[in-house]
Ligand binder design. Structure first.
Ligand code: NDP
Length: 282
């Protein structure tokens, strides 16, 4: 208890000294959000809209993107454009960045958030699925980041990566997904060092999320875990603030960071809790 108390005090001390967020800084900001037809990405689009940003959103389903873009305009976005794309394709990631650069005249924020659909179940040898998921959840992120980097450099912009606690702390039923998130953490953690060493203008924020109440996540975990899920709109706002204040990391909800520390410090106990918190009858 003393240990957890001390960690919590240290955590909040760091939070209080975090740079303060100026909502006005997002007025007219040029933003590209991926995976914005549903879930956290959709909520981020609405938040950016309320701050008066100029947004490009993308996902595969054009009709839904159109509805989200219309709502963004009604919420106050200076501009809201959409482009349908499949991030499993070789060319679509570049096409989306080029569209945003062309329509917005550059980028201030690239928010990489999309994920391909993957089952929440025991690994049973679906190698092709892992390869496909890597393309969608990982390679397309690298491709888009590289394409957008010169513009972000010019605008002193930010690269925001939406990751997961799964990328820091593997848990059962998520082997393919966990691989992609670990890969993101590794790649963008390394890139962040290199940009800092080159005195680049670009900030990199890696956002570690716990369970969030999006429709797709809830459908998967229903009946399997009783872990509480946190609101997508609040997760979205926290991600946006992290990018706007150029912080390197976000943990949402806040105790997610403590859980990852527990895994490092007390691995056997944490593994026991993880395995026994899930409903599974062999
Ligand atoms: P959703 O499943 O709600 O949304 C996924 C988005 O990605 C949709 O807009 C979907 O739109 C798009 N998408 C799916 N496949 C493709 C594809 N092949 N090409 C392009 N776009 C695609 O996800 P969440 O909102 O729940 O998650 C958002 C982010 O948050 C993810 O990075 C996830 O890992 C992270 N996260 C979420 C957690 C949670 O509990 N919800 C927990 C931890 C992290 P469309 O179908 O139209 O293509």
């Amino acid at each position: 208890k003393i240990l957890i108390g001390s960690i919590s005090v240290a955590y909040f001390a760091v939070k209080w000294t975090a740079p303060s967020f100026d909502p006005g800084s997002l007025k007219g900001a040029r933003v590209l959000v991926t995976g914005a037809s549903t879930g956290i990405g959709e909520q981020m689009a609405y938040n950016y809209a309320q701050f008066g940003a100029r947004i490009v959103i993308t996902a595969r389903r054009e009709n839904i993107l159109q509805q989200v873009a219309e709502k963004c305009l009604s919420l106050g976005a200076q501009e809201a454009l959409y482009i349908a794309a499949d991030m499993a394709s070789e060319s679509d990631p570049d096409k989306v960045v080029d569209f945003a650069l062309d329509k917005l005249g550059g980028l201030d924020y690239l928010v990489l958030n999309h994920i391909g659909s993957t089952p929440f179940s025991m690994w049973s040898g679906e190698v092709d699925h892992v390869s496909w998921l890597m393309k969608v959840n990982f390679f397309s992120y690298i491709q888009m980041a590289w394409r957008a980097l010169p513009s972000l450099e010019q605008s002193k912009g930010s690269l925001v990566i939406v990751s997961s606690v799964a990328g820091k702390m593997p848990s059962p039923f998520t082997a393919p997904y966990t691989s992609t998130k670990s890969a993101l953490n590794g790649f963008f953690g390394s890139l962040s060092h290199e940009l800092a060493m080159k005195e680049s203008n670009v900030s990199v924020s890696i956002c570690t999320l716990g369970l969030i109440d999006t429709e797709s996540a809830m459908k998967k975990v229903r009946g399997i875990t009783k872990m509480p899920a946190y609101p997508a709109a609040e997760a979205a706002l926290n991600i946006i603030i992290t990018g706007a204040t150029r912080q390197q990391e976000l943990y949402y909800p806040w105790f997610t960071q403590i859980i990852t520390l527990c895994k490092d410090w007390f691995p056997s106990a944490t593994n026991y809790v993880i395995q026994n918190s899930l409903n599974y009858n062999p």
